[in-house]
Unconditional design. Structure first.
Length: 388
């Protein structure tokens, strides 16, 4: 594996620097840190990437252990050499999260469950879904078997697989390169399933980039729904359009709009509206450990206001709305739909999900998915219909 301690220290420190000072994901930070430095085999690079993720994940704990150490390189060396444990650390330090994050979750759940949830963020579960727009189940599973991938089918969504073991990264599998499997968390799949898309449905996707949920809508509808997709960024919309084509979506049935969904209007009323809203991503810490450092409550409040405006617009545009966020915070879930609770009728789609936080009286009518309970990212999910 990586034998050069100096290289490892430089790359780990540079990765952390990118996360702290540029608020990018660990994946982006590692690519930048490796640029011009990592002349390594694939196996060595993957090992170094894993080290970088673990180092970023452990950063806040290290800062508690070494509060006077400001050099990221020194912290990286201490960590690689094996940093000592300290039993007297506050719980948020020992769990390597921010104090506000720990206290917020502890106020919503029992403290022991909050600890269990945060500990579960140390492990990422790899979910992929079979893409029947690019191949049938037999062909896809045979391809995975031939490459020695171990997986299990999900009991709720049989086309969804949890990867248990793979000799190579998922992105290097033949089925991935041919778009026969698509990485998509179970919680994200549940959001689309809650929409219950059918052939002929007129669907609005209010924040569609990168397009993974849009492609699942079309797969479940046999490529026979008609979808209007909206995104604020022309660049994201263009990238998502190219990805949809590669995933086998019938683009003749997709209308792409670059606009702010808070300001859009249409002559027609949609059968179904999907609002997977922009959010703080506090539920995706296992996927991107850099969020432990960059996430702030101010970001949560900022996105909360955006989501409230989007939800109000959604009920103007559709007969049925599914609203979701990849967030563990009620400000990006229960408190958002509370703004329209008197104007809608909630329909909880899946009994196997957890109810919402008990901060609203309709908590049993909305859903939450948790990493420690469902092996998913942390998600809020609500389905509702406007009432007269």
């Amino acid at each position: 594996m990586v034998q050069d301690m100096r290289l490892a220290v430089k790359v780990l420190a540079a990765t952390l620097h990118e996360v702290i000072h540029h608020s990018v994901s660990v994946d982006v930070a590692f690519k930048r840190a490796c640029r011009g430095r990592c002349r390594l085999t694939l196996e060595e690079r993957e090992h170094l990437y894993v080290l970088a993720r673990e180092f970023v994940k452990d950063y806040l704990r290290l800062k508690c252990l070494h509060p006077r150490t400001t050099s990221l390189s020194k912290l990286a060396r201490l960590w690689l050499e094996g940093s000592e444990e300290a039993d007297s650390l506050p719980p948020w330090c020992s769990l390597s999260v921010q104090e506000w994050f720990f206290k917020k979750l502890s106020s919503l759940l029992r403290e022991d469950e909050a600890r269990e949830l945060i500990l579960s963020l140390n492990e990422r579960h790899w979910w992929v879904r079979m893409n029947f727009l690019r191949g049938d189940e037999e062909r896809i599973l045979r391809s995975l078997d031939e490459e020695g991938v171990e997986y299990e089918k999900d009991r709720h969504f049989p086309y969804l697989l949890r990867i248990l073991k793979s000799s190579k990264p998922v992105r290097l599998l033949k089925a991935f390169k041919e778009f026969q499997i698509i990485p998509q968390d179970k919680a994200s799949v549940a959001v689309v399933e809650a929409l219950q898309p059918s052939p002929g449905d007129l669907v609005l996707d209010m924040a569609f980039a990168p397009g993974v949920k849009t492609s699942l809508i079309m797969m479940l509808a046999g490529n026979e729904a008609r979808i209007t997709t909206v995104d604020l960024s022309y660049r994201r919309a263009l990238l998502a359009t190219n990805l949809l084509r590669k995933m086998g979506v019938d683009m003749g049935r997709v209308n792409i709009v670059v606009a702010d969904s808070r300001d859009i209007s249409f002559r027609e009323r949609f059968d179904k509206v999907l609002l997977d809203a922009p959010c703080s991503n506090s539920g995706a810490v296992a996927k991107d450990p850099g969020l432990r450092i960059t996430l702030t409550f101010q970001k949560v409040l900022h996105y909360s206001e955006t989501q409230k405006a989007l939800v109000r617009k959604a009920i103007e545009l559709g007969e049925e709305v599914v609203y979701s966020t990849c967030s563990l915070m009620p400000e990006e879930g229960e408190y958002v739909v509370k703004e329209v609770a008197d104007a809608v009728k909630f329909e909880r789609p899946f009994p196997w999900t957890s109810p919402g936080y008990g901060v609203v009286e309709f908590s049993s009518d909305v859903s939450r998915l948790y990493p420690h309970k469902h092996m998913t990212e942390g998600f809020f999910l609500a389905r509702f219909r406007p009432v007269a």
